[in-house]
Design a protein around this ligand. Structure first.
Ligand code: SF4
Length: 504
């Protein structure tokens, strides 16, 4: 699969990967229908189909522009301009708190993120918003003197057709810093993860530098805001970590081309950037299972060791960590065996978490992923994380794809009646709580990574199971806002296809 950096507009996930946001069945069937080795295209020429399960409305979701906000907006010495009505900046509150917490966790000076809005109004929708954009760039420069300015577009600017690219080019020259258009109109992609790619696309085009010497001990770690687990792990192999994109500086981003390798904690986030760094700058992407559970972490480390020529150090580290962690995992298995868990997170991340739960002896009969990429950008089967999960840890009977629709969540949980859920994106957790199911919100997405991750996650689950009684009491005293008839229905029974058939 070839990534095209020649145009300022990123190709959406649906165009590149055939991404779907609605599907229901077993994990093994999804593996089969994804046709990974055929780059997401089935033998009959069709792509994985979501039509049978796609709902006729959406109760709420994120958009690409929000992902730009939490990536470009979190580059420490840059500024993001949201060229949009002020409402598109509603997530600034949440993302500012994530940014501040993350800085604190990493031992960096705590400060607010720097995101400003052009605050487009009705007038601008008629006469265009370019003047406002230019004024905002000038004011941003005078106020902050950033090392780069990102400009995120929005549905409104997509509709009125403001020429953001020309303005960016003009001000790049005037100010002598990269001014980078990020095309992330919410309506252009049905899944928000296209926003990750839009940010990474702009960085690859205008910040990553060409022609510098390689740094043989530097590894790009594509991450969000998680705790610093990679630095100590990679230090044991004699490697240094370059955390990107969140919490990086512009200079950290520029040196990505000099690294010896690129890794990530989740293929959903890292697919585009890691593949493009390999394609355009010759930085090898570690193509291996994700670093979760014993088997995944072993394979991931061995591939990293091979790419960075540290095979012996890797074997020593693996042996040492197995010896240290195995008894701890055994102890947790003894306590958690037979407990039923449910995972509701982003796509590839859930594949890793389910592996860890099964290492801990926890039964997983169901999972909700917010989208599914039938293939990742490298197209390399070694990165087929869902197939890896099914082959190494067994099938998941109810593996559902839905972009965080509350109205479906009750039915999905009822099918499997878990004792707890792991959730990222807390919007769904209160519903689970009202059903008597405690949730572990994975605020620190690195919690379950690597060998220590199995221990961390096991201990967190042990803690949340202690809240079971509180949640049972809660369930007895609350009512859900849905009719009984809906609560008894199949959660996918409102699909477009079913509705159309009903009308006919
Ligand atoms: S870019 Fe579009 S979908 Fe996203 S917040 Fe703004 S209006 Fe909503």
């Amino acid at each position: 699969m070839v990534i095209n950096l020649g145009t300022p507009v990123v190709e959406s996930r649906e165009q590149r990967l055939g991404t779907v946001i609605a599907w229901d069945g077993s994990a093994s069937r999804l593996v089969k229908e994804s046709c990974y080795s055929e780059n997401g295209t089935a033998c009959c020429g069709c792509r994985l189909c979501e039509r049978e399960n796609r709902g006729p409305f959406t109760q709420g979701a994120s958009c690409s522009e929000m992902m730009v906000e939490c990536q470009a907006g979190h580059v420490r010495d840059a500024v993001l301009i949201q060229h949009s009505p002020i409402g598109c900046g509603a997530s600034q509150v949440t993302y500012n708190s994530k940014f501040r917490n993350a800085l604190k966790m990493r031992g960096l000076p705590v400060k607010n993120m720097r995101v400003v809005s052009t605050n487009l109004d009705e007038n601008d929708m008629v006469f265009g918003g370019i003047d406002k954009l230019e004024n905002t760039i000038v004011e941003t420069w005078e106020r902050y003197q950033p090392k780069a300015i990102f400009i995120g577009t929005s549905c409104s600017t997509g509709i009125i057709g403001d020429d953001v690219d020309s303005v960016s080019e003009e001000y790049s020259q005037k100010l002598g810093i990269p001014v980078i258009p990020l095309h992330c109109e919410g309506f252009k992609s049905k899944h928000w993860s296209t926003g990750f790619d839009a940010t990474q696309h702009g960085i690859l085009r205008q910040i990553v530098r060409h022609g510098h010497e390689k740094q043989e001990d530097l590894v790009n770690v594509i991450n969000l805001w998680g705790s610093d687990v990679f630095r100590p792990m990679l230090a044991e192999l004699g490697l240094r970590v370059n955390y990107v994109v969140d919490l990086a500086t512009v200079s950290d981003l520029a040196q990505m081309s000099e690294a010896a390798a690129t890794v990530g904690f989740c293929n959903t986030l890292s697919s585009y950037l890691a593949t493009a760094l390999e394609q355009e700058f010759g930085v090898p992407q570690v193509k291996a299972p994700q670093p979760y559970g014993f088997a995944g972490t072993d394979a991931w480390l061995r591939e990293l060791g091979r790419v960075t020529h540290r095979e012996t150090k890797v074997e020593t580290y693996i042996e040492k960590e197995h010896r240290r962690v195995k008894p701890l995992v055994e102890e947790l298995r003894a306590r958690l065996s037979g407990v039923k868990g449910y995972v509701a997170t982003g796509s590839a991340y859930s594949h890793g978490l389910i592996a860890v739960l099964r290492e801990l002896g926890i039964r997983v009969d169901g999972s909700l992923v917010f989208h599914h990429d039938p293939v990742y950008d490298s197209g390399d089967p070694k990165q087929d994380s869902l197939a890896y999960l099914v082959e190494n840890y067994g099938d998941v009977a109810h593996f559902s794809v839905s972009n965080r629709q509350q109205y479906q969540f009750y039915g999905l949980l009822k099918r499997v009646n878990p004792d707890f859920i792991l959730i990222r994106h807390n919007g769904l957790a209160p519903l689970a709580a009202r059903m008597g199911i405690p949730a572990a919100p994975l605020g620190d997405e690195h919690l379950a990574v690597g060998y220590q991750g199995m221990v961390n996650l096991g201990e967190s689950i042990r803690d949340i199971l202690a809240h079971k009684k509180f949640h049972r009491d809660l369930a007895e005293h609350v009512t859900l806002p849905y009719k009984k008839s809906w609560l008894e229905s199949d959660p996918y029974s409102l699909s477009i296809q079913t509705s159309a058939a009903g009308e006919a």
